[in-house]
Design a protein. Structure first.
Length: 420
């Protein structure tokens, strides 16, 4: 809110800075930047300044979402339009997805994606990585819609768009050309799903094409690989080897990686070592424990973390062909991941590890580091009514504020009482 001097000011009173020593502070932001941090009760905003009374709550960088499909969200309600059908296996679901997206339009995808981004921002998410299907069925409809949505929504959330050849690159011969055009139009990352090819040779050609496009456009890679808990899916190792050969360490994010669960321990250890050396981020989706059989798994997160690999968790699908329930709340997802991965045996009972899955590790997977909560830095942060990470993870339904560029973007105020 603008003060009488014309400057925009926001005061957060009586807060604790995430990663700090736990002392209570006041934070003052002016014209989009943090201008002061001082002991609680010592700072005041100017006339007309917005005030958030944190009550000892935590101030943190906004959450990050490393794997989603904004072109498909909120499309589940359209399944009945396709008529009755029996879902016997995953190929039936794949066909249903093809039939659904054949009906997508730019306007339709844009409206659903904008709703999704708005709902993510309401939960305190500041950056979303989203895949847009590109294939002979949809052409560039989804990616062009997401690129336009990215521009419309950039004042309140960042969207990183992946050009994702859902139907393959060898199996769908138009896909490589379409991905190339999407990158020319401004897509941020090269996507892929090499397991969705007819044979091993085609899968490896798919991988080589992804890396060739990444090199040509100087773009990072965001790839779905070894998707199911299927022992025949073994492409993570060549992905790691190609990453090193291409000099793309730290610029590749691999989603799902469920088949790693089926490896024998010695093979898994060898591949995980290569993944860590290649700096590949592994993004798993805890909700993949439901749905198709074989289910999509949660990979081997504890071994990956022990090897030094970056591990994050993502939404994956949301209210679409693949996912019925799901959640957009990063803390609920982190708490679910704490149980599912499982993290309780890590130092500090896994609380910091769970927190990083939706904050720093998620941002590393996207390639968008957060700015520190410090004087002179942009005023982009969330305020939680919980005083520390463990309390925040225990009670995700508490009050929450999202500040972007020094302006209060979203607020959820929760008040409960026992009524006798």
């Amino acid at each position: 809110m603008a003060s009488e001097t014309g400057s925009s000011e926001l005061l957060v009173s009586d807060a604790r800075i995430d990663g700090g020593d736990g002392s209570r502070v006041d934070l003052l932001a002016r014209d989009g930047r943090i201008v002061a941090l001082a002991p609680a009760g010592t700072l005041e905003g100017g006339p007309g300044a917005e005030t958030i009374r944190a009550g000892g709550g935590l101030v943190s960088a906004p959450f990050a979402e490393p794997h989603s499909h904004p072109d498909k969200v909120y499309s589940r309600g359209r399944i009945p339009e396709l008529g009755p059908r029996v879902m016997r296996d995953r190929e039936d679901r794949m066909q249903r997805q093809r039939d659904l997206k054949a009906r997508f339009t730019r306007e339709d995808v844009g409206e659903r994606a904008e709703r999704f981004l708005r709902d993510c921002a309401l939960e305190g998410t500041g950056v979303v990585a989203g895949q847009a299907d590109i294939d002979s069925i949809t052409g560039l409809v989804s990616v062009e819609a997401l690129l336009a949505t990215r521009e419309r929504c950039r004042d309140w959330i960042d969207l990183v768009v992946t050009a994702f050849p859902q139907e393959g690159i060898v199996a769908d011969r138009r896909a490589a050309e379409l991905v190339e055009e999407a990158l020319r139009q401004g897509a941020d990352r090269v996507g892929g799903w090499p397991n969705n090819e007819p044979d091993e040779a085609a899968s490896l050609e798919h991988l080589r094409t992804v890396f060739a496009l990444a090199e040509r456009f100087g773009a990072p890679i965001d790839i779905n690989i070894d998707y199911f808990t299927d022992p025949s899916e073994r492409l993570l190792e060549p992905l790691a080897e190609m990453t090193v050969a291409a000099g793309m360490q730290g610029r590749v994010n691999a989603n799902h990686v469920g088949a790693l669960e089926t490896y024998d321990d010695d093979t898994a250890a060898r591949v995980i070592e290569k993944v860590a050396a290649a700096g590949i981020s592994i993004t798993v989706c805890p909700t993949n424990l439901s749905g198709t059989r074989p289910y999509r798994g949660v990979s081997r997160p504890l071994e990956l973390l022990a090897a030094g690999a970056n591990v994050a968790v993502g939404i994956g699908n949301y209210e679409d062909n693949w996912e019925f329930l799901g959640t957009l709340d990063p803390m609920e997802r982190a708490r679910f991941a704490w149980h599912a991965l499982p993290l309780a045996g890590l130092p500090g009972e896994g609380i910091d590890a769970a927190w990083s899955l939706v904050t720093s590790s998620a941002r590393a997977a996207i390639g968008r580091a957060a700015t520190p909560i410090a004087v002179g830095e942009p005023a982009d942060f969330i305020v939680l009514s919980a005083p520390d990470r463990i309390q925040a993870l225990r009670n995700e339904a508490a009050s929450r504020w999202h500040v972007r560029r020094g302006e209060l973007l979203a607020a959820r105020i929760v008040e409960t009482e026992l009524v006798s």
